[in-house]
Design a protein. Structure first.
Length: 179
C-alpha cells in the first residue's frame, strides 16, 4: 500500500471512530431534561421550588403520588359527596389527583394553617411539607415525618423516587408520568 493510501485509510478510520463516538454520545446529549421532584441539594430545601399539583396541573403523575404519600403520612382525611369524612389511606397513593386528593389537600392546608385551602398544592404547601423531611440516610433514603406515620422516599442522582400505594418498585417522581 502506498504512503498516500495508508494516510487516507488512517484518516478515514479516525473519522469513522470519531463519528461513531459522536453518534453513540448523541442520545445522552439530546436526552430530555428531568421534569420531576428535585432532590439535588440539602434535604431542607428540596421542595421549595416545585410545580403546582391539582386536578388541572399534573393530575396524573408520580409527583402526585409523592404528594399523596405526604397526605397519608399526616393522617389526612377527605370528604365524600355526602359530606362524610374518610381517612386518606395508603391505597389512595395512586398518582391520580382526583376529588379525594383535592379534598385531602384542603384538609391538610386547613390543618397546617396555610392561607389558601383550595386543594391546589402550591409553593406554600411544598415549603411547609419540606420542614418534615429528614436525611438523607443510608441507601439514599429521605424520610417524611408525618403526624400519623413516617414515609420513606429515595433521592438518587438528584431525583426523588416514590412507591405507588407505598409498595412495589421505586418510580422517579415525574410530573408528566405515572407508574
Amino acid at each position: 500500500m502506498s504512503m498516500r493510501n495508508r494516510a487516507v485509510a488512517t484518516v478515514t478510520a479516525a473519522l469513522l471512530v470519531a463519528g461513531g463516538t459522536a453518534t453513540a454520545m448523541a442520545p445522552a446529549a439530546n436526552a430530555a431534561p428531568y421534569h420531576g421532584i428535585d432532590g439535588s441539594g440539602p434535604v431542607h430545601d428540596d421542595w421549595q421550588d416545585e410545580e403546582n399539583l391539582s386536578v388541572d396541573d399534573y393530575a396524573s403523575s408520580n409527583a402526585t403520588a409523592l404528594w399523596e404519600a405526604v397526605l397519608w403520612a399526616d393522617g389526612a382525611k377527605y370528604e365524600d359527596e355526602d359530606g362524610d369524612w374518610h381517612p386518606f389511606t395508603k391505597s389512595k397513593i395512586d398518582g391520580s389527583f382526583g376529588p379525594e386528593t383535592e379534598s385531602a389537600t384542603q384538609w391538610w392546608q386547613d390543618r397546617y394553617g396555610l392561607p389558601e385551602n383550595d386543594g391546589v398544592v402550591t409553593d406554600d404547601c411544598w415549603k411547609d411539607a419540606q420542614n418534615q423531611l429528614h436525611g438523607p440516610y443510608a441507601g439514599s433514603s429521605v424520610q417524611y415525618w408525618g403526624d400519623a406515620r413516617t414515609v420513606t422516599f429515595k433521592r438518587v442522582g438528584g431525583k426523588y423516587r416514590v412507591k405507588l400505594k407505598n409498595t412495589g418498585s421505586w418510580k422517579n417522581a415525574y410530573y408528566d408520568k405515572v407508574g
